[in-house]
Design a protein around this ligand. Structure first.
Ligand code: SAM
Ligand code: DTB
Ligand code: SF4
Length: 327
């Protein structure tokens, strides 16, 4: 028997009637029949991107552990007793060596992360040479240093920074359950500073933190309503690290993760959607479905910040099997 034509008519994809996405509209998309949702996302993906291409970003933790923030997912917070050992800031030479290796492996972007609430001015000065030198290698540069104060984004831009990563992580209504040491508004304020300095924005969130589908819709609506939309949208699957408050988070069915990727693609058709943390725990077929549903960027390299990522060789093999190649 033929399926009902209704599923092909509503809800609207790609253009909300109001110009802004309401959380309700996003939730309707998340709730589409799974095959219909993936199909629509794949269709929009190829209108804006070559679906055989994937952007490769390599991460390095330039300053690990000892962060004063209390993010419930994060192994680097001083508030949680986790296996992460604090390490001092890497030297410029160490960072350059890591960036050269990333480039030799085929990465196009190099992302530097630091376990800070935000950089002190002296810390920021120390990172500027890293940004300058990584840029000089011909790589795109990205930094994720936490909350920024006036003038700091401009300094990073002047040093050659291309992207600043600053995630909203979850829905506004859910934020206080996850983080008590800062507010949603603080994150939005830094995103405004990043945009104001002319940097490209990398902003996404985490799925699998005991949130509801309504919460996931709230997060995607926030991201999609940023004006302009973020150029890069990392969708992380929570990596459960022992000692963090979320180590025992309820497992989330894999289809919900794929749905989230698909709806990110539908609502942010021009953005790179990055299949981010948690990929090591994802079967290859699930990753393939995420690429079909519009993911077109990954973290590439054996480590994220403190936790594991698929080995470079495994990713090369997967990309070859799926006939995917770097942008
Ligand atoms: N301290 C800075 C900040 O919070 O913006 C930069 C580094 S922080 C580790 C960057 C992002 O990593 C977080 O916003 C969060 O999305 C992600 N993250 C941290 N721990 C994670 C985990 N266990 N699983 C998935 N994503 C995680
Ligand atoms: C993002 O959205 N995910 C990356 C990057 N931006 C900085 C970080 C993932 C961290 C996973 C936990 C860890 O390795 O410590
Ligand atoms: Fe600190 Fe960032 Fe981890 Fe939060 S996510 S504890 S701000 S390093």
């Amino acid at each position: 028997m033929q399926s009902s034509p209704m599923v092909f008519q509503s809800p609207a994809t790609f253009h909300p009637e109001s110009g802004l996405w309401s959380a309700e509209e996003v939730e309707q998309l998340l709730s589409l029949p799974f095959m219909e949702l993936v199909y629509r996302a794949a269709e929009i993906h190829r209108q804006f991107f070559d679906p055989t291409k994937v952007q490769l970003s390599t991460l390095v933790s330039i300053k690990t552990g000892g962060c004063p923030e209390d993010c419930g997912y994060c192994p680097q917070s001083v508030h949680h007793d986790t296996p992460v050992e604090n390490q001092p800031m890497m030297t410029v030479e160490e960072v350059i060596a890591a960036a050269r290796a990333a480039k030799a492996n085929g990465a196009g972007r190099f992302c530097m992360g630091a376990a800070w609430r935000g950089p002190k001015d002296a810390d920021l000065e120390a990172t500027l040479a890293m940004v300058r030198e990584v840029k000089a290698l011909g790589l795109e540069t990205c930094a994720t240093f936490g909350l920024l104060r006036d003038g700091q984004a401009e300094k990073l831009k002047a040093a050659g920074l291309d992207y600043y990563n600053h995630n909203l992580d979850t829905a506004p209504e859910k934020y206080a359950d996850i983080i008590q040491t800062r507010e949603y508004e603080d994150r939005l304020d830094t995103l405004g500073k990043v945009r104001g300095a002319g940097l490209s924005v990398c902003c996404g969130g985490i799925v699998g933190m005991n949130e509801t589908r309504t919460d996931r819709a709230g997060l995607i609506a926030q991201l999609a309503n940023l004006d302009p939309q973020p150029e890069s949208v990392p969708i992380n699957s929570l990596v459960k690290v022992s000692g963090t408050p979320l180590e025992g988070a309820e497992p989330l069915d894999w289809t919900e993760f794929v749905r989230t990727v698909a709806v990110a693609r539908l609502t942010m058709p021009r953005s790179f959607i990055r299949l981010s943390a948690g990929r090591r725990e994802m079967p290859e077929a699930m990753q393939a479905l995420c690429f079909l549903a519009g993911a077109n960027s990954i973290f590439y390299g054996d480590k994220l910040l403190t936790t594991g990522n698929p080995e470079v060789d495994a990713d090369r093999t997967l990309m070859a099997k799926l006939d995917l190649s770097p942008f």
